[in-house]
Design a protein around this ligand. Sequence first.
Ligand code: MTE
Length: 321
Amino acid sequence: MLIKNLPTSHINENEVTPERIFKSRRRFLNMSAATIGGAAISGIAGGLLTALPSSARAKAMAARKWPHGTDEALTQFEDATSYNNFYEFGTSKEGPRFNAENFVTSPWTVEILGQAKNTGTFDVWDLIKKDQLQERIYRHRCVEGWSMVIPWVGIQLAEIIKRMEPEANAKYVAFQTLHDSERMPGQKRSVLQWPYVEGLRLDEAMNPLTMLAVGMYGQELPSQNGAPIRLVVPWKYGFKGIKSIVKIEFSSTQPPTSWNISAPNEYGFYSNVNPNVSHPRWSQAKERRIGEFLRRKTLMFNGYADEVANMYSDMDLEKFF
Ligand code: MTE
């Protein structure tokens, strides 16, 4: 993410292409999309793990394939796990992979509180039953103007919400990341107000596309991608996808969100992907798909308009950005 008041020597993240990603684009040009998608998955499942970084040597996860995912070429696993935004482990794209390497995510509990009947503190693997996992291939669009295609593994958030039985006055769901600067050293710097917090309207949280992910590319989430549990909301900018969640709260009022607190004129509560509403400092009309040379057009609601546009039909999307 981009912070406004950086030194003048700072180059915007959306202007930089790391060398390794530049090289991986050339690899992409030499391979067909199908080969890439297949290689990423079979590489994990097929015993090639020794060739992957240590963070990639995680437990495999069985999941039923969801039939409605995009058939666009998957982003290479290596790119998705080494080009990250996770400020708790540093503000560079490359840092989280190394800085989160020893982050301990087991045991892990999630506290569910607020206006619901069945609140409590749950072990993550009691909350997310491993035999209910689905793999869903979603587009992932960052507000900075880059995008990826990721095979997430997880469950619909709606399933958990239903189990919690929210009360009638619960209109929003708030999420919170772990707050522990010993385990998340980036929290020693006040680049954001900690802990990282996010929120959704209850109907957005209940939308069938909204997921709690515990894995990607057929294995448990690497720490730099938000282990052990993160939110995935594919029609919104990536920063809504809060990582390493420890708290979920049902509330009657709109919860605060980290990037909105940091720069309210730049990042709204809704943050729906919208090529027609520019960020104050750059256009959102196009995006750089990691692994491709030419920028491609950004789709309204990141291509998920059929599934989500009805939730915003009476709203001015310039005002509620
Ligand atoms: N969650 C926490 N706790 N801290 C963060 O810094 N960054 C967000 C989001 N979730 C972030 C976070 C941003 S800006 C993006 S684009 C996505 O995570 C990036 O997810 P990825 O690294 O898996 O691609």
